[in-house]
Design a binder for this molecule. Structure first.
Ligand SMILES: NC(=O)c1ccc[n+]([C@@H]2O[C@H](COP(=O)([O-])OP(=O)(O)OC[C@H]3O[C@@H](n4cnc5c(N)ncnc54)[C@H](O)[C@@H]3O)[C@@H](O)[C@H]2O)c1
Length: 465
């Protein structure tokens, strides 16, 4: 139990963000109810099971369970809450704009259950500038008994990364609070006090990082906070696309992108992070948020050429793997290719906009027999990727057996631990396309193709003994 002034909190939407938020706030000592319209998800949570994979979330859930409950019923969650988080999805519409229908539904249901005392509604979902004002208007319209100064709206964008969500939430770089109402900010500062002064006892399984002190508190207007989230994600996407663009040129001129990014990353104005060249960025946020920003610009007749180019580079990057395969195997029809890693990054089961999806789809279109493996995401792929043609393998070794090539799409630790000097022996051709720098440089077996680096040994392509 943490030493905190406990607030009553409702978290609406218990997906990757809402679950982490609910469990983390309960760990800090608040009384939290998590609400979702997905009955199955709520029943799992009520049984103490997690509907997603996130490292150590099960342990934090266990340690906080006495202060947590789960429901589908707005009337049992909202009236008592001092703070209500909206954490529902904002997936892209075909034109790139975010679909705000879930935010609207949540805001209306919240409004109908407000209690007339001071309550703060917090937008944690990533939403375009102006959505906070719109949520405030929905509350005004739908609240049974509206009180202008009692229902406050704050934007508190989320910066967690799946796979390291707990560490990101407990030890954030910054907490952004945007509101045009100082009382709304004050209540959120009260809620986050244990994080702001880092007075809570760090869980042993997610220790406080060495040298970490406290997060920066950034208070802004409502609209600036909304823009901060998009600008942050767009900038990170730009960095990766930039590294990928330079990687392509490195291959042309026989330079090595790993050496180049190491060389530029030590420059403090640039920094080493988000410069990994690979199969392009994916996940639920970068594609959606860059598309949203471009479409918001379009509404104002404002073009965003830098961001548009970053998106184009990313699309091109997804084709690079196929081109490399064609370069070596020439005709792909009838070949067997192992794809290692389906999740968009390691330590998550999230498959949204994963580069592996496009890779598998393209290979299958070209007549390739695809055998895929992922240590965690295969059950989710069974539900979400039913439209793709591939076989599942129980292990990386099984996927590679008899394959003409293996493509590493996700840098799971398990793949780093493979002995790459002997593993390709069971393959028909010892061709490894490593988009994530998993295979060690001193690997002596066969051909290892990387993104932005010369071939280890272009003459070594052989049928292993
Ligand atoms: N996933 C991330 O890494 C991440 C990081 C930062 C920000 N975000 C943003 O956070 C938001 C949520 O993302 P996510 O990945 O958690 O989404 P998600 O799809 O995993 O979860 C959304 C949840 O909201 C529920 N929901 C939908 N409508 C509802 C309603 N009316 N009432 C109650 N529950 C409802 C859904 O059933 C689902 O469980 C998005 O705007 C996203 O852009 C996500």
């Amino acid at each position: 139990m943490q030493d905190t002034k406990a607030l009553q909190v409702a978290v609406v939407g218990t997906g990757y963000v809402g679950l982490g938020t609910a469990i983390m706030l309960a760990y800090l000592g608040h009384q939290v109810v998590g609400l979702d319209v997905d009955q199955e998800k709520v029943e799992m949570l009520q049984r103490g099971e997690l509907p997603i994979y996130e490292p150590h979330l099960d342990q934090l859930l266990q340690d906080s369970s006495s202060r947590l409950r789960w429901t589908t019923d707005y009337a049992s969650a909202i009236p008592n809450a001092d703070v209500i988080f909206i954490c529902v999805g904002t997936p892209p519409l075909p034109g790139g704009q975010p679909n705000l229908a879930y935010v609207a539904d949540a805001a209306q249901s919240i409004a109908q259950n407000l209690n007339g005392k001071l309550q703060v509604v917090v937008n944690k979902s990533t939403v375009p500038v102006g959505t906070g004002d719109w949520v405030a208007r929905l509350i005004e319209e739908y609240a049974i008994d509206y009180h202008a100064n009692r229902y406050l709206v704050v934007s508190n964008p989320e910066f967690l990364r799946e796979g390291t969500a707990l560490g990101d939430s407990l030890y954030p770089d910054r907490i952004v609070l945007g509101s045009d109402s100082p009382a709304g900010i004050d209540r959120l500062v009260e809620l986050y006090q244990p994080l702001l002064d880092q007075q809570f006892e760090a869980p042993a399984y997610v220790p406080r990082p060495d040298g970490y002190t406290t997060p920066q508190l950034v208070t802004t207007s409502l609209s600036s906070a909304e823009m901060i989230k998009y600008a942050a994600n767009a900038f990170l996407a730009l960095k990766i696309s930039f590294a990928n663009e330079i990687a392509g040129l490195c291959e042309c001129v026989d330079a090595d992108i790993q050496e180049v990014t190491r060389g530029i990353g030590y420059d403090q104005r640039i920094g080493p992070q988000f410069l990994s060249a690979g199969a392009g960025w994916g996940g639920s946020c970068f594609g959606k948020d860059t598309a949203a920003l471009i479409s918001i610009g379009r509404e104002y007749g404002y073009t965003m050429p830098i961001l548009t180019a970053a998106v184009e580079v990313n699309q091109r990057q997804r084709q690079v793997v196929i081109s490399k395969l064609q370069q070596h195997l020439h005709r792909l029809k009838g070949k067997r290719v192992a794809v290692l890693g389906m999740a968009f990054k390691p330590n998550t089961d999230d498959l949204r906009d994963a580069p592996a999806h496009d890779c598998i789809a393209r290979l299958a279109d070209l007549g390739v027999q695809v055998v895929a493996h992922d240590p965690v995401a295969m059950p989710r792929a069974r539900q979400e990727w039913g439209h793709l043609r591939y076989q599942e393998a129980a292990s990386a070794a099984e996927a590679m057996r008899g394959a003409d090539a293996v493509i590493i799409m996700t840098e799971w630790d398990e793949y780093r631990q493979i002995d790459w000097s002997s593993a390709p022996r069971g393959m028909r051709n010892s061709l490894v396309i490593d988009t994530r720098h998993v295979v060690p440089d001193n690997c002596t077996m066969g051909v290892v193709e990387r993104i932005g680096r010369r071939l280890t040994d272009p003459l070594a392509m052989q049928v292993p003994a």
